[in-house]
Design a protein around this ligand. Structure first.
Ligand SMILES: Nc1ncnc2c1ncn2[C@@H]1O[C@H](COP(=O)(O)OP(=O)(O)O)[C@@H](O)[C@H]1O
Ligand SMILES: [Mg+2]
Length: 385
């Protein structure tokens, strides 16, 4: 039904239509127009000009039609509203644009006039990034552990750190607490001339960011602190020393990820577990790999760390053979812990050399982003949660 007292749609809709529903007046799927909200045919509320002057609502002292004034929840559109300066209303809001595939091609080819909207995968990736970027108050310590060596603990520490550092604005540290010449710095930066031992020797002098960054090296935006490289000296990395180093480092870093070394009973491990806010347990999707991860959880429960266990993220590294019942494995760890993340076998990681995130397969990158999201979504948004 045409209404004669409405403004010229070409003028009104172009200028102000977006204010009413926060979206541009395109033809994208999922967009709702005012008319749809009101249960009318889209655009039917703004028919071809039937008479009256363009913008008559705004110049007519009697204001908008009574029907429009009476509608609850509708934003005021009279002169008073126009006078109020609202910066947000001056910028047309846009929904997410398709980032790849046929959706992107169609959107680009039609200059956005046909917008199929983002795919489910794009929305899932956006959601994952939002979780990686979860707000964090204070410092959060993540301990990466396993009962068995060679299962992928150092690799998981490195890639988790890289993923968090790439997508978060705060300072992230990957710390090697292996008592036996750990390889974390080799995998990330190749610089291990300054180690946690040097940091401990100079602890009292570390009173600024400049001072602490003398002991770390940088992989992308991730700070890396190497472990003592002399295995004989490693045993001297005691629980007390770990705690002293931790206390100083926590003044400078938001997230501290510790590659804890093999086994659960070495002395630095006790310090790591004392202060850990969350735990990543690394295992493999094999009978023995999963068995050891499960035993790690049993050991932690037996030593009073139930909270860490129920909040832990289990990472299963490598491909599950055909004979392995992968869903049962996921169910087992999913029942005991907060999340299970499967990291596929990756030829670049299998070299055991320096990790270049750009050379990881997309599925591997996604898996580490998922791990980063699973870890970050447990970050406390307030101190003292
Ligand atoms: N997802 C993966 N795909 C292929 N190889 C991997 C993967 N994760 C780890 N590796 C390789 O397995 C070996 C042991 O990994 P590492 O992280 O050093 O284990 P840990 O620290 O538990 O001893 C290394 O050569 C490493 O590069
Ligand atoms: Mg290691």
């Amino acid at each position: 039904m045409a209404r004669h007292d409405e403004p010229d749609p070409a003028t009104w809709w172009e200028r102000y239509g977006h204010r009413l529903h926060g979206e541009p007046t395109g033809s994208g799927e999922g967009e709702t127009t005012v008319a749809e909200h009101e249960g009318r045919e889209p655009r039917a509320a703004y028919p071809q000009r039937q008479g009256g002057e363009a913008g008559a609502w705004f110049t007519d002292p009697s204001g908008p039609p009574a029907a429009e004034r009476a509608e609850p929840g509708r934003r005021p559109s009279g002169p008073a509203h126009l006078r109020a300066f609202d910066p947000d209303s001056l910028v047309r809001a846009r929904g997410p644009v398709p980032d790849r595939g046929w959706r992107r091609i169609l959107h680009t080819a039609t200059l956005g006039r046909i917008d199929p909207g983002p795919s489910a995968a794009q929305l899932a990736a956006q959601d994952r990034l939002a979780r990686v970027r979860s707000h964090l108050a204070g410092t959060h310590r993540v301990a990466v552990t396993s009962l068995k060596g060679g299962v992928g603990k150092t690799t998981v520490t490195a890639c988790l750190g890289l993923a968090l550092a790439e997508h978060r604005g705060d300072r992230i540290l990957a710390l090697d607490a292996n008592p036996d010449a750990g390889t974390l710095a080799d995998r990330l930066t190749g610089q291990s001339d300054r180690t946690v031992r040097d940091l401990l020797d100079d602890l009292d002098a570390i009173d600024s960011w400049t001072a602490v960054s003398r002991y770390t090296s940088l992989a992308g935006r991730l700070q890396v602190l190497a472990s003592e490289q002399d295995p004989a000296a490693g045993e001297a990395f005691t629980r007390d020393e770990y705690l002293r180093a931790d206390e100083v480092l926590a003044r400078f870093f938001s997230v501290m990820i510790t590659d804890s070394g093999t086994g659960m009973v070495h002395s630095a491990m006790a310090g790591t577990l004392d202060v850990a806010d969350s735990l990543v347990v690394v295992g493999a999707p094999t009978v023995d790999g999963a068995g050891r991860a499960s035993k790690t959880l049993d050991w932690l429960v037996a030593h009073g760390r139930e909270r860490l266990v129920s909040d832990a993220v289990v990472v299963l590294v490598g491909r599950a053979g055909r004979e392995i019942d992968a869903p049962a494995l996921r169910e087992h760890f999913g029942g005991r812990c907060r999340a299970v993340v499967e990291v596929p076998h990756d030829p670049h990681l299998a070299t055991g050399g320096r990790i270049d995130p750009g050379r990881l397969r997309p599925a591997t990158r996604d898996a580490f982003l998922e791990l980063a999201a699973a870890v970050a979504e447990a970050f406390p948004a307030r101190v003292g949660r």
